[in-house]
Design a protein around this ligand. Structure first.
Ligand SMILES: Cc1cc2nc3c(=O)[nH]c(=O)nc-3n(C[C@H](O)[C@H](O)[C@H](O)COP(=O)(O)OP(=O)(O)OC[C@H]3O[C@@H](n4cnc5c(N)ncnc54)[C@H](O)[C@@H]3O)c2cc1C
Ligand code: SF4
Length: 509
């Protein structure tokens, strides 16, 4: 009467109800498979850190007295596919039942549902016991509304879960958000935090991955992996963030610096997405810090909004709209992703630096993703599916349920405005206001035309001119279109000619 319980690589939740008791008839199964390493090309640190965390999780389960079967990437018996391995394990244990937790990715959800249908034994899905809201919560919430907006959902979540509320049920501080306090640029003070995350030596695992033939990109940093690999390490990282970094999070949330790729961001997305941490405990820690007077309200609220609001909201959009969501391309952008997205070799200092940082660390903070790499791809009309594959591969926290809506919806406006009320487009004025990349750049941030004119400027105006029919009725873009109307026909023609010349040689910028 053996039951196999499948734990996927992003389901390393030691607090899952499954683990509350020991059952000798249950075998927990984990597998490192080419199906998962190969569906897109991943950053080396992402593959390494996920496999290392899976191995640690399996070892901890065994030490705690559970039965575990772990199929390593180098195991000759490993079929390298999820259904193939489940068949193998069924035979190995004469299993009478298979259980799995709800996958976060539509692709795996379908694969397991199809597998379940073909089996003679019972195959059952249960909750992953991780998120605040059910998969269909966002779809339900907006079922009778015409406009989907994160803010409405977020306020409902605050009330539903009693987070940052005053005793009268109103929001703490009398407002639901403090965005106006959260837009400072960073001038070098306060000092950015040192990276105190422990370094892990994963050289042996890296060799195993390479020998198995897995193709990756980016710097493996196999001898100095800094992603938390178990719950203890993730909790230590959370505590460090709450005590020393969160107080500055809100204020510098949108800032960028060529010297400090992290600034005051938490680096918690990897631990959250593989479920070493629960969003509820992270939110509770931030709220407690505010209630004890250690953290200002705008910082705590700004941080909580990312997790309780954005993270839950994008997941809900994903589940409400897949699989067709992945094919959206309302702006009909078809250009190829410039080659330098894979190397960082461009003369545009902001993009070069943030891509090189991403290749080195498998990390970029939100504004670098949204207003540098994402913004450029949007303005240049890159095919959203190519942009999606790049983001899905490069960041250690990239899993489709959260990456796809952020890329296709928020960053590329490919869903026509379901997720974001307007395209997140910015010219060099925004980038130089929020960061320090422009000093020393080959291009001139204040020039719109001419040999050294910053490409963001002409591409910005060309983008809005090109898409005027679709976008100019958007009330949030009123000021943009009023400014566009102020250009004389000659000025606009010169701007668009400049943009066209850049678009013809994107690989050389
Ligand atoms: C184009 C693009 C692609 C992205 N791809 C991913 C991805 O693959 N995986 C991912 O987890 N996030 C993604 N994000 C959202 C966000 O950029 C990252 O969550 C964040 O940068 C992770 O770094 P951090 O942990 O230091 O975040 P912090 O800035 O410290 O924020 C705290 C936490 O809030 C959550 N969060 C913040 N913003 C978002 C958001 N927009 N959507 C969902 N959760 C959010 C994350 O869990 C994060 O750990 C993407 C954003 C953009 C614009
Ligand atoms: S001048 Fe333009 S390309 Fe150069 S760093 Fe500034 S915004 Fe980026």
């Amino acid at each position: 009467m053996t039951c196999l319980r499948l734990v996927l690589g992003d389901q390393l939740n030691p607090a899952h109800p499954w683990l509350a008791r020991h059952d000798p008839e249950v075998v927990y199964v984990l597998m490192e498979i080419r199906q998962e390493t190969d569906y897109v090309r991943h950053h080396a640190q992402k593959v390494l850190a996920i496999f290392a965390a899976m191995r640690r999780f399996a070892a901890n389960l065994e030490n705690a007295g559970h039965r575990v079967d772990y199929l390593a990437i180098s195991d000759p018996a490993n079929t390298q596919s999820l259904p193939g391995n489940l068949d193998l394990l069924q035979r190995r244990y004469r299993a009478t039942r298979i259980e799995y937790q709800e996958p976060d990715e539509w692709r795996l959800d379908r694969q397991l549902a199809d597998y379940a249908q073909q089996q003679a034994i019972a195959v059952q899905m249960c909750s992953s016991a991780h998120f605040f809201a059910a998969r269909d919560a966002v779809g339900q919430f907006f079922s009778s509304r015409t406009q989907w907006r994160m803010e409405y959902f977020y306020r409902d979540m605050r009330c539903r879960h009693g987070i940052l509320l005053a005793p009268d049920g109103k929001p703490c501080g009398g407002a639901w958000n403090f965005d106006h306090d959260n837009r400072a640029s960073w001038k070098g003070a306060p000092a950015a935090p040192a990276d105190l995350r422990p370094q892990q030596d994963l050289r042996a695992l890296w060799q195993e991955i390479v020998s198995a033939g897995v193709q990756t990109f980016g710097d493996p940093q196999a001898a100095a992996c800094r992603w938390p690999l178990d719950r203890g390490e993730a909790l230590a990282q959370l505590a460090q963030f709450i005590a020393h970094i969160l107080p500055h999070f809100g204020h510098y949330q949108d800032a960028m610096s060529r010297h400090e790729p992290r600034l005051f961001h938490s680096l918690l997305s990897f631990a959250l997405n593989i479920k070493l941490l629960s969003p509820a405990e992270v939110v509770a820690a931030a709220e407690a810090a505010y209630r004890h007077g250690a953290v200002p309200l705008p910082a705590a609220e700004g941080f909580i909004r990312q997790i309780l609001g954005w993270r839950e909201y994008v997941r809900g959009v994903y589940w409400a709209r897949m699989p067709e969501y992945a094919r959206h391309n309302v702006l009909q952008h078809e250009r190829a992703l410039p080659r330098w997205y894979w190397t960082g070799e461009t003369r545009m200092a902001c993009l070069g630096q943030s891509i090189r940082d991403s290749l080195a660390h498998a990390y970029a903070h939100h504004i670098q993703r949204l207003m540098l790499t994402g913004n450029f791809a949007l303005l240049a009309g890159i095919a959203p599916q190519q942009v999606h594959e790049w983001y899905l591969g490069i960041y250690s926290d990239a899993f489709e349920w959260v990456e796809l809506p952020n890329t296709l919806g928020m960053s590329q406006f490919a869903d026509g405005g379901l997720l974001a009320s307007k395209p997140y487009a910015g010219s060099a004025a925004y980038i130089s206001r929020m960061g320090d990349y422009c000093q020393g750049c080959h291009y001139r941030s204040k020039q719109r035309t001419g040999e050294r004119a910053c490409p963001f400027n002409s591409l910005y105006w060309d983008f809005f001119a090109r898409h005027a029919e679709r976008l100019q009725g958007n009330p949030r873009l009123g000021p943009v279109y009023r400014n566009l109307a102020r250009f004389t026909p000659e000025e606009l023609a010169a701007l668009r000619a400049q943009a066209a010349s850049y678009l013809q040689r994107l690989d050389e910028l």
